[in-house]
Design a protein around this ligand. Sequence first.
Ligand SMILES: CCCCC/C=C\C/C=C\C/C=C\C/C=C\CCCC(=O)SCCNC(=O)CCNC(=O)[C@H](O)C(C)(C)COP(=O)(O)OP(=O)(O)OC[C@H]1O[C@@H](n2cnc3c(N)ncnc32)[C@H](O)[C@@H]1OP(=O)(O)O
Length: 176
Amino acid sequence: MSAERNVKAETKEHTVTGQIPWSETCFGCNGGPNEGVGLRLAVTDDGYVACRYFTKECHQGFPGFVHGGIIASYFDEVLWGQTVILAPEASAMTVEMNIRYLSAVKTGQEIRVIAKPAKVEGRHIYVEGFLLLPDDTVAVTAKAHYITVKKSNTLTEHENERMKHGEEPAYRTIRF
Ligand SMILES: CCCCC/C=C\C/C=C\C/C=C\C/C=C\CCCC(=O)SCCNC(=O)CCNC(=O)[C@H](O)C(C)(C)COP(=O)(O)OP(=O)(O)OC[C@H]1O[C@@H](n2cnc3c(N)ncnc32)[C@H](O)[C@@H]1OP(=O)(O)O
């Protein structure tokens, strides 16, 4: 993805085929009114992890704009989704992340955050992604490096029940 500013993505509709499991204790997943980000990650038929997300007022840095650290959390979460597809038997931790903030992201609008199919080298998983504003401007790009570790975080019984019953994604297609 280009690092130029004010670039609009050429978009098309992608079909959603599933959802990445989520945990209530995770800052990126927990969607309470204030605490947490509350992202839900969809998987598309062509191997992307993608989400539509309404940016929260309580995540402001400069008035009216999302804090850069929160934007980093969007990417850590969405790009991590690719590691779940690749290594469902493991868990992956972030060891490096690079973010380019090209345009400010306003609060109170629907954005899309997308993770491209990953590159794998042994335990190392490399994922790139981008954030689209409502008018398809590429506002932020990111690259992350994850390392798989032996699974240590388990879901609670209640969360497992929810997973078993296959919570449906909130939307069937996503444009990016
Ligand atoms: C169906 C499946 C469902 C799964 C999901 C289920 C439930 C989900 C529940 C909860 C989770 C929910 C959501 C998660 C959402 C988002 C994810 C957020 C991710 C994070 O928020 S995560 C926090 C920040 N993250 C850290 O806190 C990492 C600190 N780190 C370490 O804990 C260790 O580093 C570790 C354990 C990663 C590896 O340790 P280790 O002992 O196993 O391995 P070792 O040290 O030998 O390194 C092995 C190779 O990594 C290279 N390496 C290491 N560090 C590097 C670095 N910084 N840069 C470049 N390369 C690095 C070495 O150079 C070597 O490279 P080489 O193999 O080539 O020699």
